[in-house]
Design a protein around this ligand. Structure first.
Ligand code: UD1
Length: 360
């Protein structure tokens, strides 16, 4: 049976999909484009003159995101409800020339990956392998991959730059990011100069679009700090538990590098533009602010930005957490011309505006 392929394309987009890529706007497939980072990247792509084509089977996101995008952009973005690793379902999408692929679609919960390793290997590594093959066969020139600072594990010195050694993965999730980086490095070599690849290692993306039309939509109890915090303030969850107050940091809580999702989205555009100028290149970039914040500092910044107090308590350390990690993002600044623009308080104010819009 042929897999379900649902295409929703507005008037302008329908025209574009019949255009030749050399004359029409540049089609960029955004796998996982209905997700948190993917949806914000779709906005950044449109702002930069690209034509995003969202590929997302909504297993971990909601179709309302597409409505939010429409309210921001004033038109519908091309959307295909299909698993990006489904060769049959993806074939029609690759029939029209594709200028680039930004591959976000993946499972991303560390704890879940420990409980369901097979799912993570299949959804993250298996899908990426099939997608990379499709990309090469279709002759797509540019690929941007969503990796993570998790590949560094517990680092020896901070800030961490891209030359830091990759540590044995602390979770199946982390392993899948390492494996996909390796896989795409081999795909790049196999393409013999016809495919450029940018591997982007994200630190901790938070916040939401300032319009509050799109943001993070965790299904169930959030595992990540900021969505749990905002839901706790909104009264949907009990008090936030800060995982560990006995770390060797200035206030005893873990340090992370939190960056605004809109800054992160803009980095994908910068990576594409870099690939256009360096066809066939391969490189890896840290994407962070360069500054670490403790969990207590995040709580204080949220309270300062919103005037709302965060109900919280201190609990045990969470298994698998590293003490501290923050980026040396100078390579992205030097080579991509990208750096973060938005402060921690802006991130948290936007995250709260989004939570208020969602209601409880
Ligand atoms: C980790 C990965 C990141 C990955 C993400 C996916 C590392 C260094 N980072 O982010 O690459 O994309 O998982 O989910 O491996 N915290 C609390 N209470 C909570 C939740 C979190 O105190 O209820 C604390 C954590 O202990 C941590 C910080 O908040 O210190 C951030 O946690 P979280 O938002 O889950 O992100 P990471 O674990 O850093």
């Amino acid at each position: 049976m042929r897999p379900r392929v649902y295409v929703q394309e507005g008037g302008r987009v329908t025209d574009i999909c019949t255009m030749n890529a050399s004359t029409g706007p540049k089609r960029i497939l955004v796998t996982g484009g209905a997700g948190f980072i993917g949806s914000h990247t779709a906005v950044a792509l449109v702002d930069a003159g690209y034509e995003p084509v969202i590929v997302d089977d909504l297993r971990n996101s909601r179709s309302e995101v597409l409505d939010g995008l429409e309210r921001i952009l004033g038109r519908r973005v091309a959307y295909h409800c299909v698993d990006c690793g489904d060769e049959q379902g993806m074939a029609a999408i690759f029939e029209t020339p594709v200028h680039g692929v930004i591959h976000f679609a993946a499972d991303k919960a560390v704890g879940e990956s420990v409980a369901e390793p097979e799912q993570y290997f299949s959804n993250n590594i298996g899908s990426t392998a099939r997608l990379a093959k499709m990309i090469r066969e279709a002759g797509v020139p540019h690929l941007v991959f969503s990796s993570s600072c998790t590949v560094y594990g517990e680092v020896q010195s901070l800030p961490v730059d891209e030359s830091a050694p990759i540590q044995p993965a602390a979770s199946p999730y982390g392993f899948t990011k390492q494996a996909c980086e390796s896989l795409l490095t081999y795909s790049h070599a196999a393409a013999e100069g016809s495919l450029g690849v940018a591997l982007l290692r994200y630190f901790n993306p938070i916040g939401a679009h300032p319009s509050a039309e799109i943001g993070e939509l965790p299904l169930g109890t959030p595992a990540n700090l900021v969505p749990f915090l905002t839901q706790s303030v909104a009264g949907i969850r009990p008090a936030l538990t800060v995982f560990g107050e006995d770390y060797p940091t200035p206030d005893g809580t873990c340090i992370r590098d939190y960056l605004h999702v809109c800054d992160l989205a803009e980095a994908h555009v910068a990576a594409l533009q870099w690939l256009e100028k360096a066809p066939g290149a391969l490189d890896v970039f840290n994407l962070g602010t360069g500054t670490g914040s403790t969990v207590k500092e995040v709580i204080a910044a949220f309270e300062a930005a919103t005037g709302r107090s965060v109900p919280h308590q201190f609990g045990e350390r969470r298994s698998g957490d590293v003490t501290a990690i923050y980026a040396d993002a100078s390579k992205a600044q030097r080579m991509l011309g990208w750096r973060t623009q938005r402060s921690l308080q802006t991130c948290l104010a936007d995250a709260w505006r989004w939570q208020e819009k969602l209601g409880n």
